[in-house]
Every structure is written in C-alpha cells, then in structure tokens.
Design a protein around this ligand. Structure first.
Ligand code: HEM
Length: 107
C-alpha cells in the first residue's frame, strides 16, 4: 500500500539518527536496514552487534513482522542488553507503517 509506505517514511525519521536504508546506505550507529523484514537478525556484514543481539541471532531470531513489531515497541524489553538506545514506538500505526516502509526498501 503506497500510502502506508509513505507514512512509514515519515516514521523512519525517528530512526535516521542511527540507521540508513536504500541505495548507498552505510552502517552508522545502527546497521543498514535494507531488506531486514523477514531476514535473520544480526546478519549485516561488518556491523558490531551487541552480545545480546548476537545471542538472539544464534538462537535463530528472524525479523518477522511480529518480532520486529515487538522490538520496535520496546527494544530493551524485547531484547535485554541490546545497544539500540531507542525508547520505542508507541502507536500501532507507526509500527505498521515503518514496517511497510522497510519492506518496500527490499523491493
Ligand atoms: C538494531 C530498526 C531506531 C540504533 C536495529 C535492528 C532493527 C532496527 C531492525 C536490528 C537489525 C539487525 O538485526 O541487523 C530500527 C527502527 C528504528 C530504530 C525501525 C526507528 C523506529 C534506532 C535509533 C538508534 C538505533 C534511534 C540509535 C539511538 C541501533 C543499534 C542497533 C540497532 C545500535 C544494534 C543493536 C544491537 O546490536 O543490540 N534497529 N531502529 N536504532 N539499532 Fe535501530
């Protein structure tokens, strides 16, 4: 839904302090997020993840919409020890829209 994607691009402003996405994206404070929806966690080359995220990745965590939604609502609640210092998205619509945006970046 192009409207969802457009709204998600606005929500993504909250992520841009730390993340890049799209052509030419580079790792910054956080890893690039190209194609992250439905991808295994902790899989970006050359990014130094926290021990917590590496352990979750070793345990088979995949960023399904459901897992990603929980993480984005409450990063440290979902993944104790993560170094993603972000308070979380409060609105269900923001979560759905930013996931739609991230999904679109993989196409
Ligand atoms: C990790 C998304 C905001 C810093 C991640 C991951 C996702 C994500 C999906 C896991 C990536 C992977 O497994 O490869 C988002 C979204 C945001 C957001 C959608 C906005 C809604 C932020 C902000 C910061 C940040 C504002 C910095 C203050 C990080 C860091 C990691 C990370 C450092 C690595 C975590 C670790 O190794 O424990 N983010 N993020 N993120 N993010 Fe964010």
């Amino acid at each position: 839904d192009p409207e969802m994607v457009k709204a998600g691009e606005k929500v993504f402003r909250k992520c841009k302090a730390c993340h890049q996405v799209g052509d030419g994206a580079k790792n910054r404070v956080g890893p690039i997020l190209n194609g992250v929806v439905d991808a295994p966690a902790g899989a970006v080359e050359d990014f130094k993840y926290s021990k917590a995220l590496k352990a979750a990745a070793d345990g088979g965590l995949v960023w399904s919409e459901e897992a990603l939604g929980e993480f984005l609502r409450d990063p440290k609640g979902f993944l104790k020890g993560t170094k993603m210092s972000f308070g979380g998205l409060r609105k269900d619509s923001d979560v759905a829209e930013v996931i739609a945006y991230l999904r679109a970046t993989a196409e």
